[in-house]
Design a protein around this ligand. Structure first.
Ligand code: IZC
Ligand code: ZN
Length: 439
């Protein structure tokens, strides 16, 4: 719909100002953290600290899209309210763009609390997997669940995420590992995307583990992914990205390259679970193939860091995973930022290595363990996270033309969000110009 412009004379300057019609207006944000200015490329180095705070800020939207951003004073003059305009008073609190979670395995059945005691005793994640547990445990429950059951379980997790400020998330398959069960999972993701306020970006992760029936023939499973799963997912238009768990004892760099090259040829964008436990060279592979993101990177090599810095690939760091698996080494975030790698943060929400779906918890860990500053952390869960899933044109910052996805936190200073730890500070969430959490 075209704007109907209303003109008025500015009494101070005598010139003509165009009034903007809005059906949503947020006023009195003590700090409106816009994170503006990086929709065409992810933030690197010092840019990560530039988060565009407007004191006493305001945002106007129409039909779910931002039409004006400025101070409360400015917008009160510039915006024309219509009958049904929803006005939200942020009462001097901190407002951020809706948070973006660029790496989740949110659709699965069952849970794995029995692994906690094994982890406490020091049993490594990869040993649990090799013994038929871990991912394969979740594969058994996910195969046994119907698509409707998967939707029902994941909806609850998405409700929790929205209530904690996440308005866009990536969602991977990967607990089906047959053509039928991978398609079932991706269909569940599509159904959730059509019926839940959180926007989902679907990723096919058929190469998440070698299923038990292919234990003696892992290359046969790689063939199945290439020859049957990828074409089925493509034909049904069920995924935008293809991902792989490139890890010792799971998929080698060579197997990963085979799958990802085929996926790229078919038009999928790429992601890689890279250098999480053993430095196999996943980061190098991601840069070589022009992947949109390389994720984890706890044990990334020097060369991997240099190649990522010189590429457009976003490094998605998952410190809640290191925390939950009780790992000793967190990703070398400071070194990556200093070398110019574009860094984002994510929960990695999954039933095994990170049963954490709160980005606020990840933000607190990122400051304390990755030594990222609060401003860097905010860039990493907004605009850079949006770049990591190919959505920086529509979300990740508070700018005209983007979705009106906003979060009001019970805080007066953005640093308070990371300083407090473990409490949900979200007061209200606005998705596409509609209040979806908080009255
Ligand atoms: O279920 O353990 N790392 N995939 C790769 C996972 C963790 C998910 C899981
Ligand atoms: Zn993952």
């Amino acid at each position: 719909m075209k704007w109907k412009a209303v003109y008025m004379v500015n009494p101070h300057r005598g010139d003509i100002m165009e009034k903007i019609k809005a059906d949503f207006l947020l006023l009195n944000a003590g700090q409106l953290v816009t994170v503006a200015g990086n929709s065409d490329h992810p933030k690197r180095g010092k840019e990560l600290n530039e988060i565009g705070v407007i004191a006493d800020g305001a945002v106007a939207a129409r039909d779910g899209v931002i039409v004006a951003v400025g101070t409360t004073d400015e917008l009160q003059k510039r915006v024309e309210l219509t009958n049904g305009t929803v006005c939200v008073d942020a009462c001097g609190k901190v407002v951020l763009p809706g948070l973006v979670d660029p790496h989740t395995h949110v659709v699965f059945a069952g849970s794995r609390e029995h692994e906690l005691e094994m982890k406490i005793k020091g049993v490594p994640y990869l040993d649990i997997l090799a013994a038929g547990g871990g991912i394969l445990d979740t594969v058994r429950s996910t195969r046994a669940a119907s698509r409707e059951q998967l939707v029902q379980v994941a909806r609850k997790y998405l409700d929790q995420m929205l209530a904690q400020g996440t308005t866009t998330a990536e969602a991977k398959s990967g607990y089906g590992l047959t053509v039928e069960d991978e398609v079932k999972t991706l269909e569940a993701i599509r159904e959730l995307n059509n019926s839940h306020p959180v926007d989902l970006v679907p990723t096919f992760l058929g190469a998440h583990a070698i299923p038990e029936e292919y234990k003696e023939n892992p290359d046969g499973f790689v063939d199945l992914v290439i020859e049957e799963m990828l074409p089925a997912v493509k034909e049904k238009g069920l995924a935008e990205f293809c991902d792989i768990f490139c890890e010792q004892g799971v998929f080698s760099v060579e197997q990963s390259r085979r799958i990802l090259l085929k996926a790229k040829e078919m038009g999928f964008k790429l992601k890689i679970h890279a250098d999480e436990m053993v430095p196999l060279g996943g980061a190098e592979l991601a840069a070589e193939l022009g992947a949109t993101s390389a994720d984890h990177l706890m044990v990334v090599s020097e060369r991997g860091i240099e190649m990522l810095a010189a590429s457009s690939t976003v490094a998605v760091l998952l410190p809640a995973t290191t925390f939950c698996v009780m790992g000793e080494r967190y990703a070398p975030a400071r070194k990556m930022i200093e070398k110019g790698v574009a860094v984002a943060l994510s929960t990695d929400f999954n039933p095994g290595s990170s049963p954490v779906n709160s980005l606020q918890i990840v933000m607190g860990i990122a400051c304390r363990q990755l030594k990222m500053t609060p401003a860097e952390v905010i860039s990493a869960v907004t605009i850079n996270a949006a770049h990591a899933i190919g959505r920086a044109d529509s979300v990740g910052s508070i700018e005209v033309g983007k979705k009106a996805d906003l979060v009001i936190f019970d805080a007066r200073d953005y640093r308070y969000l990371m300083y407090r730890f473990g409490t949900n500070l979200v007061e209200r969430v606005v998705k596409s110009g509609r209040l979806v959490i908080g009255g």
